[in-house]
Design a protein around this ligand. Sequence first.
Ligand code: LMR
Length: 396
Amino acid sequence: MFQYLSAMPADPILGLLTKYRQDSHPQKVDLGVGVYKDPQGNTPILASVKTAEKFRLDTETTKVYIGPTGSASFNELTSALAFGCEHPALNAGRIRTVSTPGGTGALRVAADFIGRCKPGATIWVSDPTWANHTGLFQAAGLTVKTYPYYDYQNKTLRFDDMLATLKTVGKDDVVLLHACCHNPSGQDLTVAQWDQVVALTKDCGFMPMIDMAYQGFGDGVDEDAYGVRAMAAAVDNMLLASSCSKNFGLYRERIGACSIIAKDSGQADVALSVLLYVVRCNYSMPPAHGAAIVETILGSAELKAQWLEELKVMRDRINGNRAILVEKLKQNGVDRDFSFIARQKGMFSFLGIDEQQVATLMQDYSIYMVGSSRISIAGISEDNVDYLAKSIAAIL
Ligand code: LMR
């Protein structure tokens, strides 16, 4: 059987991790995978997470199956985090949430769910989007099309072009939007732009799906959920895939959530039954550990306050790194305007250099980034920013 296979290329993002780990250059810089790093280049376990884990170790009494929905308490608390406690769709019983293995698990069950609504449905993704979106949706049998999003030349949003394309989207199509911290561009919609997209979605009647992988990394947990909340209040049907990988630093625990927003409670129950069928056929039920940590934190006023503070430290450090890089590039005599990096949000920005320059930075300077020149801002530190800025200046 295996003779029919041909090898797949390494994943454009995860493949960098292996290359970086094998590199022995003393000044190597990892700007590849979107993982938070502290000033020392470590990805520590949050103190709030450690406390919650200890609590779980002391109080857990069974490892019995948890069921395809995952933990009810996690589902309730993460829904409140995403939509806000008093969201009208929550109050009306229109939302159902299941725990998933990470944000990717949420996207995959959402994609399979869409396939159950309409086999082979078309999903529109931003150009560009997270490298894994396209493969994941195609693997679920969906047709992937793109709408204009990032203006590589001017480092801005192609908002008018985006709206013009979205106006042509069919009623039975799905449009994927990034809630915040657009991956890979860092270019987010403003509140006013969200309002326009929400109004257009309502008018056109296509189904929105929102990917929220970085809640709290942009402007704050509530600010970053503006689009999610506005959209859920305006439309009959919507999907949300969210992740606890980055904001709780739980990457390898694989915990996220998939929410469906239906027209009314009855339709939500039907939709949930389909979602649970999809989950059961896929991975049966989600892992429990990450969900237990998150629900312990969100369920305790004290731990939640501590977590929000830790999240702010991560957010402020990333924003600080953006400003430092722009400044250091100037100091190193780069006259190209990189100020857009300081204006963008979240973990990523494009440097805006070509593939050859990206390859030179990797081969000659041991600086790793995705081929599109997407950099993970969290990989910048006081220790490496001079070397990074000098190297970029050299290849420009
Ligand atoms: C990224 O985009 O780097 C992260 O979302 C990690 C991943 O799985 O690709």
